[in-house]
Design a protein around this ligand. Structure first.
Ligand code: ATP
Ligand code: MG
Length: 436
């Protein structure tokens, strides 16, 4: 086994007809007296190893025949094309050395219930579907950095422990901070506004925490948000940034995750529609009219916030993600800038994903006038003292600025076509789940 090139399965295509070495785990196996088919994974991809008794000799073949699921090993062999598999390549085993034994691996190839799988999330991550999900998650994160760097944004990290609560304290996790109280961040936005006035265009990417008691397929307790904020930028231009960013994420997954999409059964043709710009834009007023005219929402009145059924209905009327513009003030936070000619709505927009995946972005132009912002803070029942530093941004060289927040796991769930957001994060935190 000495002297062979050590490769990863993902690179097998570059080593056809060559003998190589691979560190791998066994995920499944089919054996007969003469030939064994080993399903292998090495963390980069999955493929098949073929072990033939007549070539390996009795002792090694017996060892291979009795390998158990998730045994780790060093395999040597020759790479061949395998046109029958998704992956396209396989290894003809010439040698095998066990590294770590594995007995009674809990996740077997049979079906398991979701609670069982989530209890074993630390092991479940090894399976093909979670693996594909996490590779796509990584691609979306990578593409995020590429996009914002290309457009001249600086990443400014927002703190996770905060002394004040941006939107009120109801959904906040409170914790001790020595002899004071602190909150886990539910958004980095206010800090990004400070960043924008110092660096022009900034973004943050970090975990956010919401003590939401709602148990839906779209809500995590801990989720990751990308929050860009741009100085000297009005909402119209921000909407352009948002749609270019979302289309770029979809295109990046199409370009770089073809194999993972196929493992998940996600049709790339559907995703291609979402790379076409611009995205449709309708007003909140129009959205209410559409819901009323549908007949499906007899109770709905102007002023109502949209739940999942409303968002799904609206999204279904379009082929692409759709922006809903200018929501009523009463259902949005205080820091948004009011509409110039109407006193009942803000200059804001949510982006709804197609196919019933709900809101993936919330954004707005920000109130940039000191007096109006201070009044809005008071009107929201918040303490202006706690926002003194935030008000400084309007005291010293205030400028029009806009920003938005994209929920990473919402975007992943939509792009992958998965039904539940818990599969879009390595270790989900849910209403009833804090482990593993
Ligand atoms: P929703 O109405 O769906 O609860 P929100 O209005 O509370 O969303 P924002 O506060 O605007 O959402 O947060 C910005 C983005 O963060 C949302 O567009 C969404 O993509 C994401 N997001 C919000 N709450 C959650 C959550 N609990 N889990 C996962 N992602 C979330
Ligand atoms: Mg919410």
């Amino acid at each position: 086994m000495i002297g062979l090139k050590k490769i990863n399965i993902i690179d097998a295509k570059d080593y056809v007809d060559q003998e190589v070495e691979i560190g791998a785990w066994l995920t499944d196996k089919r054996s007969s007296g003469k030939i064994s088919f080993l399903q292998l994974r090495d963390g980069t991809a999955f493929f098949q190893g073929v072990a033939v008794k007549s070539q390996l000799g009795d002792d090694l073949y017996e060892l291979i025949r009795h390998l158990r699921q998730e045994t780790s090993m060093i395999i040597t062999g020759v790479i061949h094309e395998d046109t029958r598999s998704h992956f396209g390549f396989e290894i003809e085993v010439s040698g095998l050395k066990v590294v770590g034994e594995s007995e009674d691996y809990p996740i077997t190839p049979k079906e398991h219930g979701i609670d069982f799988l989530l209890d074993h999330r630390h092991l479940w991550l090894r399976s093909t579907k979670p693996h594909a999900m996490m590779v796509i998650r990584n691609e979306i994160i990578r593409a995020t950095y590429v996009f914002f760097n290309k457009e001249g944004y600086i990443k400014i990290d927002a703190p996770i422990l905060t002394g004040s609560a941006p939107e009120g304290t109801t959904e906040l996790f409170k914790t001790k901070y020595f002899d004071k109280e602190a909150y886990l961040s539910q958004s980095g936005q206010l800090y990004e506004e400070a960043g924008a006035l110092a660096f022009d265009k900034v973004f943050s990417f970090g975990p956010t925490f919401r003590a939401e008691k709602s148990k839906t397929r779209r809500h995590l307790i801990e989720f990751w948000m990308i929050e860009p904020e741009m100085a000297f930028m009005h909402q119209e231009e921000s909407l352009e940034v948002q749609e270019r960013y979302v289309a770029f994420l979809v295109q990046s997954v199409l370009d770089n995750c073809e194999y993972e999409l196929s493992l998940l059964g996600r049709d790339p043709e559907i995703l291609k529609k979402y790379t076409k710009l611009p995205y449709p834009k309708i007003s909140y007023d129009k959205a209410i009219e559409m819901l009323q005219e549908s007949g499906d929402f007899p109770e709905i009145q102007w002023g109502a916030d949209f739940g999942s059924p409303e968002e799904t209905y609206l999204a279904e009327q379009f082929d692409q993600p759709v922006f809903i513009l200018n929501y009523p003030k009463a259902i949005k936070p205080f820091y948004m800038k009011p509409h110039p000619t109407r006193d009942d709505v803000y200059i804001c927009a949510d982006l709804l994903a197609p196919e019933g995946y709900g809101e993936i972005i919330g954004g707005s132009e920000r109130e940039d006038d000191f007096d109006k912002l201070e009044a809005a803070i008071k009107a929201a029942g918040l303490d202006p003292e706690a926002y003194d530093w935030y008000l400084d941004l309007r005291r010293y060289g205030s400028v029009p600025h806009s920003g938005f927040g994209l929920g990473l796991e919402r975007a992943i769930t939509w792009i992958t076509g998965e039904s539940h957001i818990r599969e879009a994060i390595p270790f989900p935190r849910l209403l009833n789940r804090l482990n593993p």
